[in-house]
Design a protein around this ligand. Structure first.
Ligand code: SF4
Ligand code: SF4
Length: 112
């Protein structure tokens, strides 16, 4: 029977099977990343978010769920303007986190 809609595949994440290697490496260098409370201030002020969907909040969220490719795509749009760092209520150095993540990902791909 055609109901006019289809069921979407589940987006549930099995946290027991997620590879947290990138996120753990980030925390070893930038432990303040763990204090993010996902308020979204960084996303709301991001210079690149309107055309790229860039969001530090989403990058951290994706890494915690093992979605490294989604995070990588967003990172490539960052212009390192630093606005997200200025508005973070937790005082997280988001710009430094972005730089650290780019270095970790480049290292993982053997570009360094
Ligand atoms: S502004 Fe800071 S605390 Fe809020 S979501 Fe962004 S990184 Fe997390
Ligand atoms: S540094 Fe990057 S993530 Fe932060 S506001 Fe600027 S473009 Fe957005």
């Amino acid at each position: 029977m055609d109901f006019g809609f289809n069921l979407q595949p589940s987006s549930a994440v099995n946290l027991d099977k997620v590879d947290l290697d990138i996120y753990r490496r980030l925390l070893s260098t930038d432990p303040d990343a763990a204090t993010c409370m996902a308020c979204g201030s960084c996303s709301a002020t991001c210079t690149a978010s309107e055309w790229s969907g860039m969001s530090v909040r989403r990058v951290l969220n994706d890494l915690q769920r093992g979605k490294v490719n989604d995070a990588r795509k967003m990172l490539s749009a960052c212009m390192l303007c630093g606005k997200c760092t200025m508005v973070c209520p937790r005082g997280i150095n988001t710009r430094h986190i972005i730089l650290t993540l780019c270095r970790i990902l480049d290292d993982k791909e053997g570009r360094l």
